[in-house]
Write a protein that binds this ligand. Structure first.
Ligand SMILES: Cc1ncc(COP(=O)(O)O)c(C=O)c1O
Length: 372
C-alpha cells in the first residue's frame, strides 16, 4: 500500500475556507458548547501549569455512569479520530505478532477517512465494500449491504470499521442490519463501530445504537465523540468503550497525558448539561428537516441522512459549485478525496446560517444537471 495518502489525509483536515460568513464544511455544532462546559474549561485553564490526569479518572467515571458501564470498559482520547487510529494500529500489530502479517481492515466504501489512514499507518490492507450508488429523487444514496460486507471478511481480516451513521454519505444501518453485522463478524475480528453522530440519529429510520440493541461480541468496540452534539470539537475528546481487557490494552498505546485538563473538565460538564444537549439535537434535527424540504423543493437529489449534514448530488464537478458557494460566503465541503467528485456535504447550521445557505443554493444550484 502506498504511504503517500496526502490527499486523503487532508480530507480529514480541511478547515473552513478563509473569509466565509457561514462554515458548513466540517460537521461542527453551530449551537456552540454548553456554557457550563466553557466555564469548566476556563477554570481548568487557570491551572494550566499542572499536568492533566493521565487516567482521566473523573471523565471516565462520568462516561461510565452515563453509559451504564464499568469504568474499566471506558477509555478516552484526543478525539475519536485518534482513538480509531490507535485501535486499528493496536489490532494490526497484534495480527502481525501472531501471524507475521497485519491483515486487513474492512469497511464500506466512502466510510470515514480515518479508517483508511489507520490501515495505512498499520501497513495493513484496506478493503472497501461497495455500496449502492448516489441518491436519486426517490431514494437516499450509498445504501450499505451487510451481507456484502460479511462476504468480504476472511481469515485475514483483523478489523471491521463501520461509521453509523456514515460520514460523508449519511447512510446508516438499521438496528436489524447492525445486529446482523455484529452477529456475523467472526470472533477473531475486532469491530470498530463509530457512533459519532448517534445523538442526531436516535429514533429515526430504524436506527439503533449498539447499546440500545444490547449487542454482544467479544471484540466489539464502540467509539463516540464530544465533537458533534457536545460541540467540543476544538478541545479534541472522544471515547472508546468495549471489553475491559481490550480497552485497557489499546489505552496503553496512546500518547501519555494526551487529553488536556480543560478538555476533560469540559466533557464532564457537558455530559451533565442535558438541556443544552437537547437544544442542540432538536435544533440540528429541525435545521436538517428544513434544509431537506427546501432542497426537495429545488428538485435537487440528496441523501437525507441521520447525521448533522446532508450529502447533495450535483451531477457535475463539485469544485466550481463549492467556489460559487464560497463567493457567497458559504463554506461547503467537496468530497473528491472520497471518490465523490460530483457531490458536496453541507452541515446543518443555525436558522440564520440555513437562510444564507438556502439563498445561495437558489442561485448556485439553479442549473446543476442533477436538478429535476
Ligand atoms: C464518522 C466520524 N467518526 C469520527 C469522527 C472524528 O471525530 P473526533 O476526532 O473529532 O472525535 C468524525 C468527525 O467528523 C466522523 O465524521
Amino acid at each position: 500500500m502506498s504511504t503517500e495518502s496526502g490527499g486523503v489525509a487532508s480530507a480529514a483536515a480541511v478547515g473552513p475556507p478563509p473569509g466565509m460568513k457561514v462554515r458548513l464544511s466540517s460537521n461542527e455544532s453551530p449551537f456552540g458548547p454548553s456554557p457550563a462546559a466553557v466555564a469548566a474549561a476556563n477554570a481548568a485553564i487557570a491551572e494550566a501549569h499542572l499536568y492533566p490526569d493521565d487516567q482521566a479518572s473523573a471523565l471516565r467515571a462520568a462516561i461510565a455512569q452515563h453509559d451504564g458501564l464499568p469504568v474499566e470498559q471506558v477509555a478516552v482520547g484526543t478525539g475519536s479520530a485518534a482513538l480509531l487510529m490507535d485501535a486499528i494500529q493496536h489490532e494490526c500489530a497484534a495480527a502481525r505478532e501472531a501471524r507475521g502479517d497485519p491483515g486487513e481492515v474492512v469497511s464500506f466504501a466512502r466510510g470515514f477517512v480515518v479508517y483508511r489512514l489507520g490501515a495505512r499507518n498499520a501497513g495493513a490492507r484496506y478493503v472497501e465494500v461497495e455500496t449502492d450508488g448516489p441518491a436519486t429523487h426517490e431514494r437516499n444514496g450509498y445504501g450499505r449491504d451487510v451481507e456484502r460486507l460479511l462476504a468480504a471478511v476472511t481469515g485475514d481480516t483483523r478489523v471491521v470499521a463501520v461509521d453509523n451513521p456514515g460520514n460523508p454519505t449519511g447512510a446508516h444501518l438499521t438496528g436489524d442490519e447492525l445486529r446482523a453485522l455484529v452477529e456475523g463478524v467472526p470472533e477473531h475480528v475486532t469491530i470498530l463501530l463509530d457512533e459519532a453522530y448517534h445523538h442526531f440519529a436516535r429514533g429515526e429510520q430504524d436506527y439503533a445504537t449498539a447499546a440500545e440493541l444490547g449487542l454482544d461480541h467479544p471484540r466489539l468496540l464502540v467509539l463516540r465523540t464530544f465533537s458533534k452534539a457536545h460541540a467540543l470539537a476544538g478541545l479534541r475528546i472522544g471515547q472508546l468503550t468495549g471489553p475491559g481487557a481490550l480497552v485497557a490494552s489499546i489505552d496503553a498505546w496512546r500518547s501519555r497525558f494526551n487529553v488536556a485538563a480543560a478538555a476533560q473538565a469540559a466533557a464532564i460538564a457537558s455530559l451533565d448539561d442535558l438541556d443544552h444537549l437537547r437544544r442542540t439535537v432538536d435544533g440540528t434535527r429541525e435545521g436538517r428537516t428544513r434544509m431537506a424540504a427546501e432542497l426537495r423543493e429545488l428538485g435537487i437529489p440528496f441523501t437525507d441522512g441521520l447525521g448533522n449534514f446532508l450529502t447533495i448530488e450535483l451531477g457535475t464537478a463539485a469544485d466550481p459549485v463549492v467556489a460559487a458557494y464560497a463567493d457567497r460566503g458559504v463554506g461547503v465541503r467537496p468530497l473528491a478525496p472520497y471518490g465523490m467528485a460530483e457531490q458536496i456535504r453541507v452541515s446543518v447550521g443555525t436558522p440564520d446560517e440555513i437562510d444564507l445557505f438556502l439563498a445561495a443554493s437558489r442561485e448556485v444550484l439553479a442549473d446543476v444537471p442533477a436538478r429535476a
